[in-house]
Each structure stands twice: as C-alpha cells, then as structure tokens.
Design a protein around this ligand. Structure first.
Ligand code: NAD
Ligand code: IPM
Ligand code: MN
Length: 347
C-alpha cells in the first residue's frame, strides 16, 4: 500500500493539504497517510524546521505532499532555522532536481486572469525549473568589505552535469507535448547562463524532433504577459523558474491554481502548490485549495503510476470551476473547504 507523507507546514498549508487529502481519500485507492510537522510548525514543536523524524518520513514515503512554510515571525532567526530551509533541505536530501510547474487556463477562468481573456485563453505551458543548484545553493553570506562596509553575497553556479540532466527533462517533456522547448537564461550577462546555453545546445543533438529556442529571462517575463500562447515547454534555472512561475500563475488566473511536482528520476517525488503560506489569509478559510489538489493529481501520475485517477482529479477540478465554484482569489465566495467539497462532489 503506497505511503503518502503529508507535510502541511505553516499558514494556509494545513488548510489546503486537508482538502487535497480528502480528494485522495475519495478515490478509494488504498493509500496510507502519515503526517509530520515541517517549517515553522516543526521549529515550534521540535526546534528545527526539518526535524530528523520528518526527513525520515519523507524518505520512507512513496511520495510527499507538501503544503507551504514560512512566516514573518521566523524571518529574524539564523537562516538554518528558518522555515524555508525545510523545503530546500527536502529538495536537496531527496535529490529532487526537476520541478515541473504546469500553467494552463482552466475553462471558465478567462475573467480571473490578469490578462485580457483572448490573450489568457492561450496559456498552456509547463515550466521545467532546475531545483538543486543555482544561486540557491551556492556559497552565501554577509561580510565586511576592506573599508568596513557590510556586503552580502550568493554565488550563482551550475556545473555541466546539472544542466545536462535538467535539459534532458526539458527535451523529453517538450517531446511529449507540442515539441517546442524554450530555454530561458541570461547568457548575455552571466557566465552561469552561457554554460547553461552551451550545454542545452549540446543536448539538443539528441532531440532533433524538438524545436529549441533560447530567450533571455527579461524578455521571457515580458513575452509571458504579451503572448503566453507562444510557449509550450520552458526549461530554466532555479531562480528564474521561481519568478517566472509565479508570474505565469496570474496569467492563468491565480497563484492558487498552480501545482508542482519535484522529481529525481526514480519515481519518488514531492508535490506542492507553487504558492507560499499566505500569512495574509491564513486561518480564514479563504485559500484556494486547487493548486494543492492538482499537485495531488501530479503525485498520482508521477509517483503512483495512477494516470486514470490523476485524470479524474483534474477533470473534477475543471468541472467544479465550470460549474462556477470559486474561492475569493478567483472572484468567488467559497471557503477553502467548500471548494474542496465542490471538487469531491465532481469526482
Ligand atoms: P505567498 O505565495 O504565500 O502569497 C502571495 C500572495 O498570494 C498573498 O497575497 C496570498 O494571500 C496569495 N495566495 C497565495 N496562495 C494562495 C491561495 N492558495 N489562495 C489564495 N491566495 C493565495 O507568497 P509571500 O507572501 O511572498 O510569502 C509568504 C511566506 O511563504 C513567506 O514566508 C515565504 O518565504 C513563504 N513561501 C513559501 C513557499 C513554499 O513553502 N513553497 C513558497 C513561496 C513563499
Ligand atoms: C517556491 C518557494 C521557495 C523557492 C522558497 C520558499 C524557498 O518560493 O517553492 O517557489 O524559492 O523555491
Ligand atoms: Mn516561489
């Protein structure tokens, strides 16, 4: 019986994970669930954002469903104890280097998009974000300059193996979709990006059926809102992928709609909405659970080999939205749990 680790975390994390769990349970799939604290909640309970017991559960489980972590009250802690370190630690410990972030406009959400409906309607893309390298994991710190001023630094780097393995994920994903891959970098300025681009071009020799293009990240940010329909698969580094996916979410209607899968090539994965703990709406039943429910669908598809069940969940979300079920971020008035009810009812 597959074991799902539930790591609800902070803020709206527990609220949205509860709805995704209900959806998974309604499928009657014989899953077992085990929960553990993570982030600020784990710091409060056990003194560390990623306690050994939580990491152990994540390692034992077949898949991890993660909510969100973080709250301003932990922002002054030493970095190693901040909630966000839990998610970075899990990504590193589980070797989750490939983050898939699909962004598409669900039927009926044209009016929720920040874009004009005719522009928004075309969005159906996936961002393949590298998740184990870049400026996130380089040497970082604060120091004094020779003349005594404070200086902060974060080293950005990728080695060629890191780029190669994410490039393969990008090409293979594009191959399974419309065959168009856009690699996003900043090669006009950054050496990290020049290596990225060189390696992506090398890997492209193995994928003559995929049409590869390159775009600078600043242009990509602009093109995403000008004409998101031009993109199919985007492959990019950790930082650019983080930023572009939040932007893509509003093109598709709400950050509360975008799921993600973090994979390491073994079938094991961690699944989470792209959004954070949303302290401004936490505890009020206002959070949109769809991103987490759709993350559960990705879990079924990528870790449990249960594509039919994943299709059912995605169809139920679509049907609930088409029927007009909306949380406040989508212009509606349903609570988090009422939105969960609406999805379960459509299963
Ligand atoms: P955020 O994504 O938490 O919230 C940004 C805005 O989007 C807020 O106005 C919030 O109310 C709204 N929002 C987010 N999710 C929503 C949902 N499901 N339904 C409706 N509205 C939603 O980003 P932030 O405010 O920059 O960060 C808050 C905290 O979350 C910080 O501590 C940050 O470090 C952390 N964070 C964690 C993750 C994660 O755990 N994966 C991701 C991003 C940010
Ligand atoms: C995300 C978040 C994380 C990231 C933070 C919380 C470390 O923004 O999952 O998108 O930057 O990767
Ligand atoms: Mn982010």
């Amino acid at each position: 019986m597959p074991l799902i680790a539930l790591l609800p975390g902070d803020g709206i994390g527990p609220e949205v994970v509860a709805e995704a769990r209900r959806v998974l349970e309604a499928l009657d799939l014989d899953l077992t669930f085990e929960s553990a604290p993570v982030g600020g909640a784990a710091y409060e309970a056990l003194g560390h954002p990623l306690p050994p017991s939580t990491l152990d559960l994540a390692q034992r489980a077949d898949a991890v469903l993660f909510g969100a972590v973080g709250d301003a009250r932990y922002d002054s802690l030493e970095r190693a104890f901040r909630p966000e370190q839990a998610i970075l630690g899990l990504r590193k410990a589980l070797g989750l280097f490939a983050n898939l972030r699909p962004a598409k406009l669900f039927a009926g959400l044209e009016d929720a998009s920040a874009l004009k409906p005719e522009v928004a309607g075309a969005i159906d893309l996936v961002i393949i974000r590298e998740l184990n390298g870049d400026v996130y994991f380089g040497e970082k710190g604060q120091r004094k300059t020779a003349d005594g001023r404070r200086e902060g630094y974060d080293i950005m780097s990728y080695d060629e193996d890191q780029v190669r393995r994410i490039a393969h994920v990008g090409f293979q994903t594009a191959r399974g979709r419309t065959g168009k891959l856009c690699s996003v970098d900043k090669a006009n300025v950054l050496e990290t990006s020049q290596l990225w681009r060189d390696v992506v071009i090398e890997v492209s020799a193995e994928y003559s059926d995929v049409q590869l293009t390159h775009m600078y990240v600043d242009n990509a940010a602009m093109q995403l809102v000008r004409n998101p329909g031009q993109f199919d698969t985007i492959v990019t580094g950790n930082l650019f992928g983080d930023i572009l996916s939040d932007q893509a979410s509003m093109c598709a209607g709400s950050i509360g709609m975008l799921p993600s899968a973090s994979l390491n090539g073994t079938g094991k994965g961690m699944y989470e909405p792209i959004h954070g703990s949303a302290p401004d709406i936490a505890g009020q039943g206002k959070a949109n659970p769809c991103a987490t429910i759709l993350s559960a669908a990705m879990l079924l598809r990528h870790s449990l080999n249960a594509a039919a069940a994943a299709d059912r969940v995605e169809a139920a979300v679509t049907a609930a939205l088409v029927a007009g079920s909306r949380t406040p971020d989508l212009g509606g008035a349903l609570s988090t749990s009422a939105m969960g009810d609406a999805v379960v009812a459509k299963l």
